[in-house]
Design a protein around this ligand. Structure first.
Ligand code: HSE
Length: 285
């Protein structure tokens, strides 16, 4: 038996819609695989009751089919579905890495990202490699049609997950079809700032680079308490705050000395808005 841990991830970081992603230290999915004549899947852990065990409908099962690597797959979910923390991507990423090792296929990191993204696509309808890429490669990642870049970085992050559900379908439904040239210019400036911040391990630049005026405001409206949580995080020292992936999790960047205070402030602000929440402190890496 072979066991792989794949971390939760946060996609977009505001200015990099469908492009940027970061690996978080926690939560994580743990996937165990054993060779078998045909693929079977058992799911336990966070939100397991919402996750199909039919291999054709589970990201890990689709990955097994893509790799022609039948296995008994056990998934212990640390990342609950519809969280904005790359839940289905974590299972797909872990399955791709585990099955590649189990069957000694020797795929490169970029090939594993492509296989895991196929798993995501088959289940969610659209392939977003911005979650599977950091789950497999670690660090901060930039995904384009022609490949993936990954950058090691040390920037403290807080991902705060409220006990509400926002489906990726709904969150994509509110994204505007088009935008103004002013917004394009602003977003490009933010994305470049954020990338430079990751390369320099600079929380101020990373936070400033999260600012984005098209996708984020539309999605923020789906998250109860969003404005209060952002204000509380900023008052506690966050350098930038945005929606994590499709939400409802909210991601903040900060300096190491402020990380604990930012996490507490975000949880408290959600609770003041009547929503239970928990925070995960992490560093891109
Ligand atoms: N980039 C995707 C989105 C991530 O924000 O919709 C979720 O799959």
């Amino acid at each position: 038996m072979l066991t792989v841990r794949a971390p939760a991830t946060s996609a977009n970081l505001g200015s990099g819609f469908d492009v940027f992603g970061v690996a978080l230290d926690r939560p994580a999915d743990v996937v165990s695989v054993e060779r078998a004549d045909e693929t079977t899947i058992e799911v336990s852990g966070a939100g397991a009751q919402y996750i199909p065990e039919d291999p054709a409908k589970n990201t890990a099962g689709v990955v097994a089919a893509e790799l022609d690597a039948p296995a008994r797959i056990r998934i212990d979910k640390g990342v609950r579905p519809s969280s904005g923390l790359g839940s289905s991507a974590a299972s797909a990423a872990a399955a791709a890495v585990a099955l590649d090792a189990l069957y000694e296929r020797g795929l490169t990191g970029e090939e594993l990202v492509r296989v895991a993204a196929e798993g995501e696509a088959a289940v969610s309808g659209e392939a977003h490699a911005d979650n599977v890429a950091p789950s497999i490669l670690g660090g901060f990642t930039v995904v384009r049609d022609d490949g993936v870049l990954s950058i090691d970085a040390e920037v403290p992050l807080v991902a705060c997950l409220p006990e509400i559900v926002v489906s990726t379908r709904d969150a994509r439904g509110v994204v505007p079809d088009s935008t103004s040239m002013d917004d394009v210019v602003h977003t490009v400036g933010s994305a470049a700032t954020l990338t430079a911040g990751m390369q320099r391990d600079d929380p101020t630049l990373v936070g400033r680079g999260m600012d984005e005026h098209v996708v984020t405001p539309a999605r923020a409206a789906l998250i109860d308490g969003y404005d209060d949580v952002v204000a509380a995080a900023e008052a506690a020292g966050a350098t930038g705050v945005t929606v994590s992936g499709a939400g409802p999790a909210i991601l903040a960047a900060c300096y190491p000395a402020r990380q604990r205070a930012v996490a507490s402030a975000m949880v408290e602000a959600f609770e003041n808005a009547g929503v239970d929440a928990r925070a995960y402190r992490s560093s891109v890496g």
